[in-house]
Design a protein around this ligand. Sequence first.
Ligand SMILES: C[S@@+](CC[C@H](N)C(=O)[O-])C[C@H]1O[C@@H](n2cnc3c(N)ncnc32)[C@H](O)[C@@H]1O
Length: 252
Amino acid sequence: MFKKSFNRELLLKLFNTIDRPMSKTKDIACNISVNHGNEVYNGEKMIAPAASRNKDPILQVLKRFIICDIEQIEDESPLFLEISSGTGQHVAHFAPHFPGVKFQPSDVDKNVLGSLSFYATNCPTKNILKPILIDIQSKLSHYGFEENSIDYMYNANMIHITPFECTIGLFENAGNYLKPEALMITYGPYSKDGVLTPQSNIDFDASLKARNPLWGIRDINDLIKLGDENNLSLIDTVEMPANNMTLIWKKD
Ligand SMILES: C[S@@+](CC[C@H](N)C(=O)[O-])C[C@H]1O[C@@H](n2cnc3c(N)ncnc32)[C@H](O)[C@@H]1O
């Protein structure tokens, strides 16, 4: 979809049709647009309006949980692996605030690699690694990770926009590849004790299921069960703007 050989005008038209202003319900999937202001980015920098809005509230939560020692030498810097990075705006926003942490963006979709590379290359603190393709349904060893080697895993807005198998893969991988006592942070909409509120989240859930019956907002209790099966405990839940939550999981 983002191949350079595409006619630029056609591409912008396409993005404009799928980009829409913030809805009262919820942003659906990746609302992606190319930045076509005064700057030219070879069509590779992607911007999702939802990510532009939520990246700073999420950063404020991360500041409470991520330990950043700027004296740390590069090879020993903690590794922060993002699953399903999308445009790459999240790590681009986070990385300069944690210069002693190495950020590894990833996605299953090769079409976003150009944007992820753009943000990595232009990071002023140079602590974003080259993006990699990861399908979270596969074991992270397929991508060169060793068990008990990752300091932080982070995932925003994938759990409800994928079949539940992806969530299972996320938790299994976190359970196996995080270091003991390391954290996984997940962000998105969730229901609690089987109750989904407010109405905008109910509508959003219905719209997700209409697009794909295997998608949908997950209940925190189901995630806690998955956590139990994978040595992950929910240690904190943070209410976020627009009826989202950040969940903090700790490996035993
Ligand atoms: C709604 S976007 C979220 C992007 C970004 N995290 C954000 O919050 O802006 C969902 C992302 O999940 C990715 N995704 C879907 N299935 C996946 C899988 N099996 N493994 C990894 N990523 C996946 C998609 O490619 C897409 O980039």
